[in-house]
Design a protein around this ligand. Structure first.
Ligand SMILES: *[C@@H]1O[C@H](CO)[C@@H](O)[C@H](O)[C@H]1NC(C)=O
Ligand SMILES: *[C@@H]1O[C@H](CO)[C@@H](O)[C@H](O)[C@H]1NC(C)=O
Ligand SMILES: *[C@@H]1O[C@H](CO)[C@@H](O)[C@H](O)[C@H]1NC(C)=O
Ligand SMILES: *[C@@H]1O[C@H](CO)[C@@H](O)[C@H](O)[C@H]1NC(C)=O
Ligand SMILES: *[C@@H]1O[C@H](CO)[C@@H](O)[C@H](O)[C@H]1NC(C)=O
Ligand SMILES: *[C@@H]1O[C@H](CO)[C@@H](O)[C@H](O)[C@H]1NC(C)=O
Length: 263
């Protein structure tokens, strides 16, 4: 009995004093899920589920959901638009759906179509009841929202995908990786209204490891917003992946990725 009292009298105050020192997550709120191999990562924004604005002549399914299905399924097959970048809206408020699909800048068109198709299927499965959602695949990004998204800079939802391999020379890596990203960010931001993408590599002194990197913005962003999105992500890269040899910082408007092998 005495010892348990001791415990309460001595341990509890210590815990109370230490509690505020416990690591608090500063900065951003990261979110989302990935498949086991991280080929696809997604985030459904919980901003009120689908409204019950139902269409009686269609088994009572939500009109937003119907608009969503129609709009997204038209993306991979619509031959009239640039096949690397789709942006479109369908329906009337409050059931209006806005969607954007962006293919990675260096991927073959055929792979873009496959990526869009698979991503749309997965997105509709994983985020079925949400009005806002995004999927980042290795080769493309697809997102939708009931709020207008075209040309709008969005930093969240934010997803980190660090590689599992730790490095011992984190500081040397950073000294090479950050300037590489800054260089690529400028190049990507200088792109046009259908493609804002850049890829490059640089080698780490002493170990001669090569860092391969890509950055991309949604091409509907203007130059300044693209540049802001990527530059604002530099601290995120450190936070996400500062101690490992690769990883991805994923946002709706842009992403950055680096690896120790070409990808
Ligand atoms: C949720 O919806 C409100 C009202 O439309 C909007 O102002 C807000 O930005 C939305 N939240 C997110 C995370 O998009
Ligand atoms: C988007 O959906 C949310 C949640 O249902 C709603 O509160 C908001 O008003 C909608 N915004 C627009 C622009 O329709
Ligand atoms: C309701 O569903 C029918 C059949 O799918 C469709 O023709 C009609 O346009 C839908 N109405 C609205 C308001 O979406
Ligand atoms: C950049 O993004 C902001 C915020 O989304 C948007 O309001 C603005 O129109 C965009 N363009 C410029 C030139 O700032
Ligand atoms: C960016 O990379 C190019 C080569 O791709 C190089 O010529 C240039 O000096 C680099 N700029 C910076 C600021 O590192
Ligand atoms: C590495 O970058 C150089 C130019 O900076 C380029 O010529 C080369 O193809 C790149 N290598 C790979 C594998 O991307």
């Amino acid at each position: 009995m005495g010892s348990s009292r001791l415990l309460i009298f001595f341990i509890l105050p210590i815990l109370l004093v230490l509690a505020p020192l416990a690591p608090t997550i500063v900065g951003h709120h990261t979110t989302g899920f990935c498949t086991d191999t991280a080929d696809y990562c997604w985030s459904c924004v919980n901003n009120g589920s689908m409204q019950t604005n139902n269409n009686a002549s269609n088994g009572g399914s939500s009109i937003y959901r119907q608009n969503l299905n129609t709009l997204l399924s038209s993306f991979p097959s619509d031959p009239q638009i640039n096949p690397r970048f789709y942006s479109s809206s369908l329906g009337e408020a409050p059931d209006k759906v806005n969607a954007i699909a962006v293919c990675r800048g260096d991927v073959a068109l055929e792979d873009c179509r496959t990526c869009f198709k698979n991503s749309v299927t997965l997105l509709l499965q994983k985020c079925a009841d949400q009005k806002i959602a995004i999927i980042w695949a290795e080769r493309c990004t697809v997102r939708y929202s009931n709020i207008s998204i075209f040309g709008v800079l969005k930093d969240e939802p934010l997803k980190f995908v660090p590689s599992p391999n730790d490095i011992s020379n984190a500081e040397e890596y950073k000294q090479v990786r950050d300037p590489l990203f800054e260089n690529l960010s400028e190049k990507a931001a200088a792109g046009d209204s259908v493609l804002k993408f850049a890829a490059g590599n640089a080698s780490v002194p002493v170990t001669n490891e090569i860092i391969y990197a890509t950055v991309q913005c949604s091409p509907d962003l203007d130059k300044q917003n693209c540049s802001d999105c990527l530059k604002n992500s530099m601290p995120d890269i450190t936070e996400c992946c500062g101690t490992v040899g690769g990883g991805r910082v994923l946002k709706p408007s842009c992403y950055l990725r680096f690896e120790s092998n070409p990808f």
